[in-house]
Design a protein around this ligand. Structure first.
Ligand SMILES: [Zn+2]
Length: 113
C-alpha cells in the first residue's frame, strides 16, 4: 500500500517543520492530493490514523484538499475536466496530451503550537 509511504513522508516533513519552529505539537496538516495522483484518500486517512501515533502529530487533524483533474484539449482548444488516468476529453473523446492539474501530491500547510 503506497499510501503508507506517502503518510510517512508527510509526517516526516511535518515533524521537521515543527522542530525547526521549536513547536511541541502539530495541530493541523493540510495536503493537496490530485485526483489523478493515484492515491486512495480513505487509505491515506487510515494510514495517517495509524502512523501519527507517537509523533508530534499524534493529535493532529489531517485536511485533504482534492485537486480535480484538468487538461487542455487541442482538438476543442479549451481546458476540460479529466477524471481518469487515461486523459480523454469528455467533449470530443480525443486523448488530451497536456494535463494541467490533478497530479499534485504535496503538503500545503502545517499548523503547529
Ligand atoms: Zn476535446
Amino acid at each position: 500500500m503506497h499510501e503508507m509511504s506517502i503518510v510517512a513522508s508527510v509526517l516526516n516533513i511535518a515533524e521537521k517543520e515543527a522542530r525547526s519552529a521549536d513547536a511541541q505539537v502539530i495541530r493541523t496538516i493540510e495536503i493537496e492530493v490530485g485526483q489523478l495522483a493515484g492515491v486512495e484518500i480513505p487509505a491515506l486517512e487510515f494510514g495517517f490514523e495509524v502512523a501519527r501515533r507517537g509523533t508530534l502529530a499524534g493529535e493532529a487533524e489531517l485536511i485533504i484538499h482534492d485537486i480535480p483533474g484538468l487538461g487542455h484539449c487541442r482538438e476543442c482548444n479549451k481546458n476540460v475536466a479529466i477524471d481518469s488516468y487515461i486523459p480523454i476529453c469528455p467533449t470530443c473523446g480525443e486523448l488530451v496530451p497536456e494535463v494541467l492539474q490533478g497530479k499534485e501530491l504535496r503538503v500545503r500547510s502545517i499548523i503547529v503550537d
